[in-house]
Design a protein around this ligand. Structure first.
Ligand SMILES: [Zn+2]
Ligand SMILES: [Zn+2]
Length: 247
């Protein structure tokens, strides 16, 4: 198992992770994900399975409460395993708007259960509702290109920040995302978008402990100093937040 490089005092968090239980494209269970990330040296992970309009695993024919229950299984299994092995596990999700995807942090299962109308939100409505409830909206991999994606859709006014580094995308697309975030003065996050128990080693290294998803949100909003885990493709051992030099 590959291991992360950790500088003294750093807190390593994976911000973008999928499970088999919640995501149709997930290849490792929540428990397997927790064990793999712990072995790599992460202090915390945020489970962000594909929600209803994305590549979600549970049947959309289930009653809403049943769908939400099934959707949360990956997170709940990861959290139980994390409690056993000493890994913090936080909850989030990823929703899809015609190819543009958003990571939602800081809300919980109760929010999902009480907002069945969310499956017909626009990005603007999502931002308004999530913000009102105290959550954070991050546009995931905004410059991702795939044969099935028609165009690149940016929502700088309907999010709190941008996923500047996504380890599942080519560096060129991350470089564009980082420059985009910088041009709109938006905070950035970094994550692996990992779907398997293999290693991508993405995420963020903060200079302090994050004890809750609320701490993570505050750190991102306040642009606390952090290292974005980029790997060798950026030509650097990570990029520093606030963003100073994106080549
Ligand atoms: Zn996926
Ligand atoms: Zn994802």
């Amino acid at each position: 198992m590959a291991r992360l490089t950790k500088n003294p005092g750093e807190f390593l968090i994976e911000t973008h992770l999928h499970t088999l239980e919640g995501s149709a494209c997930g290849r490792a269970t929540g428990a397997e994900q927790a064990r793999a990330r712990k072995a790599e040296g992460y202090d915390a992970i945020i489970v962000t399975d594909h929600f209803f309009r994305g590549n979600s695993r549970p049947s959309r024919d289930l009653p809403w409460a049943g769908y939400v229950d099934a959707f949360c299984q990956g997170y709940e299994n990861a959290r139980a395993e994390g409690a056993r092995i000493g890994l913090r596990v936080f909850f989030g999700w990823e929703e899809n708007y015609g190819g543009a995807e958003f990571l939602i942090y800081g809300l919980d299962k109760t929010f999902l259960l009480t907002h069945p109308e969310m499956i017909s939100w626009t990005p603007e409505e999502q931002y308004r509702a999530v913000s009102a409830a105290g959550g954070l909206v991050i546009q995931a991999h905004p410059f991702r290109e795939r044969p099935y994606l028609k165009g690149i859709h940016l929502y700088p006014h309907d999010c709190d920040g941008v996923e500047g580094v996504n380890r599942a995308q080519p560096w060129e697309q991350n470089r564009r995302a980082l420059n985009y975030a910088r041009s709109f003065c938006l905070p950035v996050t970094a994550g692996s978008d990992i779907h398997t128990a293999d290693s991508l080693l993405g995420g963020m290294a903060f200079a302090r402990q994050l004890n809750s998803i609320r701490d993570f949100i505050d750190a991102v909003r306040n642009r606390e100093p952090a290292r974005l885990l980029t790997g060798p493709e950026s030509g650097k051992n990570g990029l520093q937040v606030p963003l100073l030099d994106v080549q």
